[in-house]
Design a binder for this molecule. Structure first.
Ligand code: NDP
Length: 326
């Protein structure tokens, strides 16, 4: 039904008996995990960049209208935080204008839009853990573009879930854990910033949680129709809106690097880098083009309460990824 799109679940033919789910950004570190966790729920369509370049709005709109998905899951983003300082327009196109378009299309057909956002909206002027209702004040272009995306979705789409997360680590793609393991093979010493606090969150945790919430939505709204059926089905109160979704606990980059290398050594991997050769430095000693908040912690009480979920501490997700990746 959709020209030029691959199905991630080849065993299921297109059929109205399966909820159609459009996943954007399926090749990213979160998208990779979402392909796995969404597959049992419905038929996942995850076009690659060569199939649908997301800067081509006409093609994207055609794709959405042909598919009529019950849910659009947007894991695509411009995520090069430092580069965004030089390319604010490119960041805005992916992080603001794309979600705006998705929100308008989702609204047109009464579909659910699930979108991911970031702790980079906060300036961390306080040491408290941010709730969803606190005012935002992004310190960099990436954060500004993501905030504009959040606002556009809230304005245009009644059935939206914005999931703000932090310090995403996956088995694939670019992330801190993989960088540390790569450097550990060739370096005997490493300096790592130790005065930025956050909660490393595994891509599998975000993807599993997304799938659980999507199941709850489909139970409430009926599985198949994002348009006709849902208008006739019994409407239940569903807690749409903005949520924080991170692992529990807190650490800093230096402590996280030390944890990773310690775990690797205890698992029998011989790296040149030893845990006590990782030096703690300050943000001021490691200047980057984009300013970063010193406190990235997000309060997740709202999500856990509304969806009856428990989020484990960060070590659980990181240790799992280390076990499968080392
Ligand atoms: P990645 O950078 O790993 O993946 C981004 C995805 O977007 C890739 O699939 C990429 O495709 C796709 N993409 C980018 N530009 C285009 C384009 N023009 N056309 C088609 N596809 C495009 O991101 P993450 O998985 O790390 O992030 C997922 C979400 O989580 C994002 O919303 C991000 O803002 C948010 N987030 C991430 C954090 C982190 O630490 N990584 C922290 C907090 C929030 P391709 O593979 O072809 O480049």
């Amino acid at each position: 039904i959709i020209v030029g799109m691959s199905h991630t679940n080849p065993t299921t033919q297109w059929s109205p008996r399966f909820p159609q789910i459009l996943l954007l950004g399926g090749s990213g570190q979160l998208g990779f995990e979402l392909k796995r966790t969404l597959a049992p729920i419905g038929q996942v369509h995850a076009p690659s960049r060569s199939e649908v370049d997301l800067s081509d709005q006409d093609r994207l709109v055609r794709c959405i209208r042909n598919l009529q998905p019950v849910a659009i899951v947007n894991a695509a983003a411009y995520t090069a935080v430092d580069q965004a300082e030089r390319e604010p327009q490119q960041a805005d196109a992916l992080n603001h204008l794309l979600p705006k378009l998705l929100a308008e299309e989702a609204e047109r057909m009464h579909a659910l839009l699930i979108h991911y956002s970031t702790f980079f909206l906060n300036d961390a002027a306080t040491t408290e853990i941010y709730t969803e209702s606190q005012p935002t004040n992004p310190l960099n272009q990436y954060g500004l573009s993501k905030r504009a995306g959040e606002r556009a979705i809230a304005d245009a789409c009644s059935r939206h879930l914005i999931l703000r997360t932090s310090w995403v680590v996956g088995a694939y793609g670019h992330n801190f854990m993989r960088t540390i393991l790569r450097l550990a093979a060739s370096r005997s010493a490493l300096n790592v910033v130790g005065d930025q606090v956050g909660a490393p969150t595994s891509a599998p945790l975000i993807a599993d949680t997304t799938a659980q919430i999507l199941r709850q939505y489909l139970n409430a709204y009926g599985k198949y129709g994002s348009s006709a059926e849902s208008e006739h089905s019994q409407q239940t109160e569903f807690p749409f809106g903005l949520y924080h979704l991170t692992a529990g606990g807190a650490t800093d980059w230096h402590a996280l690097a030390t944890h990773i290398i310690q775990f690797a050594h205890e698992s029998g991997r011989q790296f040149m880098l030893k845990p006590d050769s990782i030096q703690r430095i300050t943000t001021a000693e490691y200047p980057t083009p984009a300013r970063r908040p010193q406190n990235s912690l997000l309060n997740t009480t709202r999500l856990q309460k509304h969806f009856n979920l428990q989020l484990p501490d960060w070590q659980e997700g990181i240790n799992y990824l280390l076990k499968i990746g080392l």
